[in-house]
Design a protein around this ligand. Structure first.
Ligand code: ATP
Length: 219
């Protein structure tokens, strides 16, 4: 479920993850209410977010007083204190929020969050660890996976398709990947079309199964 542009979002916990979420939402034009029990964190982010409050967000009453029952979306970004994370999700759920995101530190934590009412559970450290592992393959420049099998990656054009239009290299048929976009040095990305010719220093955006993308990057 996406958050409508400019609708206010509550971010509970302004650690590294919560702060990144809050600051990005703010830059995207949302009103962000940041909440943290730690006064120093509150002070640090007061100049950058729409509103910042010092509050223990595990209590339904506290959240109600902050007026968050009217919020559509909230992000619970507490990791190390699992009890506080779960109670915050429960309180938001009791208030009827329909778009609750929460960060989990392990699978058990995730299961409890889902049972307590989180609509989306994310594992930032685990996801980043997986990405780094794929990026260690030097030919992949960027990598986003969807589930354990499918991904979109940015990679240097493999030698074997350089100099050919995409229709001739038949990437989908031969390598089981789709070339979605092409970036030429000093130019913007363009959508790939059948007669796009690949040059030696081009970067490609391709989609496909993870193992197919890894194989394609090495041809
Ligand atoms: P990160 O990796 O994102 O830095 P973390 O998991 O190391 O996060 P945590 O200790 O989980 O850090 O806390 C993230 C933030 O959540 C901290 O700033 C902390 O003060 C805040 N926090 C913890 N408990 C509560 C609570 N009950 N209500 C509001 N904020 C809280």
């Amino acid at each position: 479920m996406s958050v409508e542009k400019r609708k206010p979002v509550l971010v509970i916990g302004l650690g590294r993850f919560g702060a990144a979420v809050a600051l990005t939402l703010e830059r995207m034009g949302h009103e962000v209410l940041g909440a943290d029990v730690n006064a120093r964190r509150v002070q640090e982010f007061a100049p950058e977010l729409t509103k910042v409050v010092e509050a223990d967000c595990t209590q339904t009453g506290t959240l109600e007083n902050l007026g968050v029952a009217d919020f559509e979306a909230a992000v619970v970004a507490i990791g190390s204190d699992i009890e506080a994370s779960v109670l915050s999700v429960l309180a938001l759920s009791d208030l009827g929020l329909t778009n609750i995101w929460a960060k989990a530190v392990n699978q058990k934590h995730a299961r409890i969050l889902e049972r307590t009412g989180a609509h989306h559970v994310v594992f930032p450290e685990q996801r980043m660890g997986e990405r780094v592992a794929h990026l260690l393959n030097e030919r992949l420049l960027d990598f986003i996976s969807f589930g354990s099998e499918f991904a979109i990656a940015r990679l240097a054009a493999p030698e074997r398709i350089v100099g050919l239009p995409l229709v001739t290299s038949e990437c989908r048929k031969k390598y089981n990947v789709t070339v979605v976009g092409v970036k030429r040095r000093d130019e913007d990305f363009i959508h790939a079309v059948p007669d796009t010719i690949i040059f030696p220093e081009d970067e490609l955006v391709v989609s496909g199964r993870i193992d197919d993308i890894e194989r394609f990057s090495a041809i």
